[in-house]
Write a protein that binds this ligand. Structure first.
Ligand code: ZN
Length: 166
């Protein structure tokens, strides 16, 4: 019996290389040759449009996919970054543009916020993902596909090379 070519279904560990650009072709992000993206399919790790595009694909496949904001990082829900005083953050806490934090309100509801810019005593924060509202173009090549181990499924992430070491 010949084993069928591994295709991507829920519970598979997938290693892939990608280049992410905007619609003008400007590179936003890309995997590096030594460090492919590793994820478990069907766990909601990737944006919905990416998991949809990868489902049923096989090792060695290369493809391009255009993902609208609705299937990517969402549409913008705010006007853009808003300024808050530096003193709203814990003293000694290093604030770096690009970092993501979880802010908790009085009810204990957690909201993700992104630091957009820091100017003296003013920090510009955004509750939308930096790529919200952006149409994404991915250039993908699938390197390996294998079954996830029971432990990986329990943890929701890949172990070993390219994944978590613990
Ligand atoms: Zn783990």
């Amino acid at each position: 019996m010949t084993s069928p070519k591994e295709t991507i279904t829920d519970g598979k560990v997938v290693f892939l290389h990608y280049v992410l650009t905007d619609v003008d072709g400007d590179i936003i992000d890309e995997s590096t040759p030594d460090d492919p993206l590793a994820y478990i399919h069907g766990t909601g790790t990737l944006i919905p449009g990416m998991e949809e595009a990868l489902a049923g694909r096989s090792v060695g496949e290369q493809f391009k996919v255009v993902i609208p904001p609705e299937r990517g990082y969402g549409v913008r829900t705010t006007e853009g970054p808003k300024p808050v005083p530096r003193s709203a953050f814990p003293e000694g806490f290093e604030i770096v543009p690009g970092m993501q934090l979880d802010s908790e309100d009085e009810d204990g509801t957690e909201t993700a916020i992104w630091i957009v810019d820091v100017e003296d005593d003013i920090v510009y924060i955004d509750t939308d993902h930096p790529l919200a509202g952006v149409t994404l173009q991915f250039d993908v090549s699938i390197l390996t596909v294998r079954d996830a181990t029971r432990e990986e499924l329990a943890h929701g992430h890949v172990h070993g090379a390219g994944g978590a070491h613990h």
